[in-house]
Design a protein around this ligand. Structure first.
Ligand code: F0G
Length: 457
């Protein structure tokens, strides 16, 4: 196999400050073993998120200088709107400062007590916004999507039979059906074109709106091209338009598949719904021609949308994750398979079976990756999900560590360096011990909780 090279040259660099293991040991202790509490200057390779952390292109930086910051009627909005509408067939494009603001506006209108909103798997801000409105969020991903080792090519698919039954059972309570492409919470897994259309058709059969959470639409389209029979000869924009054909709306975080550091939008077809959304937008974000953004951000997004659908980029993007995933597998580190579009997920519970879920194997592994290599990853497991509203703690379904890969930011040697250090963790994993929480806030504890390693005894 020939090496897939980074399809770009580097013109501007951001130096990384080197640190030693001893320094990082002290930093970790001072941060109470919570990686969210560590300053980014103390991180060598930051894989906490792929959101807003990508590198912009020369054309994006140039576009920023064209930003028109007028309160109303900015030409930057026109360029943004036409770039969005070039790919997504929606009448009303409503810019927001990021994806969750689009969700908050949408569910302030569609949500409310007594409502139920199904998706394949809601991302946590989507779930949070639905629940904040008083409604319930339900996840109906296919069974294969919950098994880290299952090699199904589209593990982000909706269980369409379960959806159909759910909509019949909750008739009158469901305002819309959502679908997340790709399924971040399930490992960055894609949804097939066939499944997108089937989900849409079931929503329509029940007379409901079909809304796509489209954060990683281009990665999803690339997987469709690679894996779905009959799609190999189609251009990416063509696949994207097909994914959204017949949909009633989308929520989007431009911090992912639009190569921007900030931004998002809500797109809708229904005039009345859009009017309500714009009224809400003016209250919470800004005037409809800039929403929550500066004109220059709208320009960066418009240009980013041109670049994200480039096949050379998408081939490289997925190859990076596969390279890291294969590296882990060679070392015997269990990962969620197949490797997803934006991240590699390590199955920390399977990797550290001697650490009980309530002693947080994912937190232990991510802290050790930081201590040894300066790599910052994110626990997605018992720390994040296990505290119940009644105060009890039940282990999460899985204990994963997510290595989210920022777009166009790191090179292959960063990956090689991380894999070399992972090899030493594999050799010494028996010496790793669990952790306990010494303090936690009432909600979203993973961001601020304090931890303490349990002793070797
Ligand atoms: N939907 C999905 C699938 C996401 O992954 C995210 C963000 C959002 C919605 C919200 O978008 O951050 O712009 O408000 N995911 C980031 C992550 C935070 O790290 O996975 P946002």
């Amino acid at each position: 196999m020939s090496t897939i090279i980074e399809p770009f040259r580097i013109k501007t660099v951001e130096p990384i400050k080197m640190t030693t293991i001893d320094e990082r040991t002290d930093i970790l202790r001072a941060a109470h073993y919570n990686l969210f509490s560590i300053a980014s200057r103390d991180v060598l390779i930051d894989l906490l998120t792929d959101s807003g952390t990508g590198a912009m292109s020369t054309k994006q930086w140039a576009a920023i200088m064209h930003g028109d910051e007028s309160y109303a009627g900015s030409p930057s909005f026109e360029r943004f709107q036409s770039a969005v509408q070039n790919l997504f067939p929606f009448e009303h494009i409503i810019p927001t400062h990021q994806g969750r603001a689009a969700e908050a506006i949408l569910f302030s209108i569609l949500g409310g007590a007594g409502k139920c909103i199904p998706s394949s798997t809601h991302f946590d801000t989507t779930r949070g916004n639905i629940e904040a409105s008083g409604a319930e969020a339900h996840d109906l991903v296919i069974l294969e999507g919950k098994d880290p080792q299952n090699l199904h090519p589209f593990k982000g698919n909706m269980d369409v039979e379960a959806l159909d039954a759910f909509l019949t059972e909750h008739k009158g309570k469901v305002p819309c059906v959502m679908l997340t492409v790709t399924n971040n919470a399930g490992g960055g897994q894609p949804v097939s074109l066939q499944n997108i259309h089937a989900t849409r058709d079931i929503a329509k059969k029940h007379g409901l709106l079909f809304i796509i959470d489209a954060c990683r639409f281009a990665e999803n389209a690339w997987f469709i091209k690679l894996r779905e029979p009959g799609q190999q000869d189609r251009a990416i924009p063509d696949i994207v338009r097909d994914m959204f054909a017949g949909a009633d709306g989308m929520t989007m975080s431009a911090k992912k598949d639009a190569f921007a550091n900030i931004g998002g939008w809500l797109a809708l077809n229904d005039d009345e719904l859009a009017e309500k959304a714009r009224t809400r937008l003016i209250l919470t974000e800004g005037f409809p021609t800039y929403g929550g953004l500066a004109g220059r951000d709208l320009e960066a997004i418009a240009q980013g949308l041109d670049e994200i659908i480039d096949e050379d980029y998408l081939r490289y993007r997925v190859a990076v994750n596969e390279y890291i995933g294969q590296g882990f597998e060679k070392l015997g580190v269990p990962i969620v398979k197949p490797v997803g579009g934006h991240a590699v997920f390590i199955d920390a519970r399977a990797f550290l079976p001697h650490i009980a879920p309530l002693q947080y194997p994912g937190q232990v592994l991510s802290c050790e990756m930081y201590r040894l290599a300066g790599v910052r990853a994110c626990e997605i497991g018992t720390v994040m999900f296990s505290r119940k509203p009644d105060g009890t703690e039940v282990p999460a379904t899985m204990d994963l560590v997510r290595l989210a890969i920022p777009r166009r930011t790191y090179t292959q040697s960063h990956a090689d360096y991380m894999l070399e250090h992972m090899a030493s963790i594999v050799d010494n994993k028996q010496n790793l011990h669990g952790m306990r929480i010494t303090w936690e806030p009432p909600a979203m504890r993973h961001f601020t909780a304090k931890f303490e390693p349990l002793g070797a005894g």
